[in-house]
Ligand binder design. Structure first.
Ligand code: 13P
Ligand code: ZN
Length: 271
């Protein structure tokens, strides 16, 4: 059996949490990540027949039965993950009843998975139907995105258009746009369901006055999505209150997308 702390997925998780902390996105226990893994990923590192604990989830994830997730723990600090992965992370498998998580490794101090597991697993279910290569759901509290939700209308179209207009790369990185939810109580099945519904159309969902969810096929892609939205939000927060003399027009955004061969949410631009 190889050492799980040396597994590629473990290093990716430690690097992502450390980077997010140092970018100032994930204060205290803010943020959570779930990384979908398959039997062939985990079996060189753990005995998959040995269940440490069964933890009830209180929602139905039947579509994910038998799938493995490396997930951050509730109340755990991103800044600490790289120093003590076994306490701050857990490797779970969705049990045959679809409503229980079997802990196979981690949460060594008796902890449990993030309180946002409903939003994570419900989003995984939706995104897997859109893209069989999908693997990562990431939640974070980037400062400028959260700030922007205090002062910008919260509809998907206008929010997306504003961020697309902040700098050239945005429409290229997330041509599918951004879904925005109004403020809701976090950590509930309800916010999980609302997030997953948005994930039918988008890989990015913003929670007003709270943070952002990103979904992607690997850690880099998902991190890059959030990073690019945060860059756009930071730019907008810097110039929105100033007299604007130049901007990227809708026609220019359309030309850019065409030149990159990208299909985007053209109904979000009034051409
Ligand atoms: P957890 O500590 O339960 O992961 O919650 C952090 C968070 O960001 C809640 O939205
Ligand atoms: Zn949060």
């Amino acid at each position: 059996m190889r050492k799980i702390l040396e597994a590629p997925f473990m290093k990716e998780m430690c690097d992502a949490t450390a980077n997010m902390y140092r970018l100032g996105w994930d204060e205290r226990n803010g943020g959570n990540i779930s990384y979908l893994l398959y039997e062939e990923d985990v079996s060189p590192f753990i005995d998959t027949t040995k269940v440490i604990r069964a933890i009830p989830m209180n929602f139905d994830a039947t579509e994910l039965i038998g799938k493995y997730f490396l997930v951050t723990g509730t109340g755990k600090y991103f800044k600490n993950v790289e120093y003590d992965a076994e306490e701050n992370l857990g490797l779970i498998r969705i049990a045959k009843d679809g409503t229980t998580a079997e802990l196979l490794w981690g949460f060594a101090d008796g902890g449990r998975f993030t309180s946002e597991l409903p939003a994570h697993l419900m989003s995984h279910m939706v995104r897997l139907k859109k893209d069989p290569k999908h693997r990562v759901v990431m939640h974070s509290h980037p400062t400028n995105i959260v700030a922007m939700t205090h002062v910008h209308p919260l509809d998907d179209k206008n929010f997306t258009r504003t961020i697309w207009g902040t700098c050239t790369e945005c429409i290229v990185v997330f041509p599918d746009g951004i879904g925005v939810l109004p403020w809701m109580v976090c950590g509930t099945n309800e916010i999980g369901e609302a997030t997953a519904k948005k994930m039918e159309d988008y890989r990015i969902v913003i929670w007003a006055q709270h943070g952002i969810y990103g979904a992607g096929k690997d850690m880099d892609e998902t991190f890059g999505l959030i990073e690019t939205v945060e860059k756009g939000a930071e730019l907008w927060m810097k110039y929105a209150a100033l007299p604007i003399v130049n901007r990227i027009s809708n026609r220019q955004l359309d030309n850019l997308a065409k030149s990159f061969g990208i299909t985007y949410r053209s109904d979000f631009l009034d051409l």
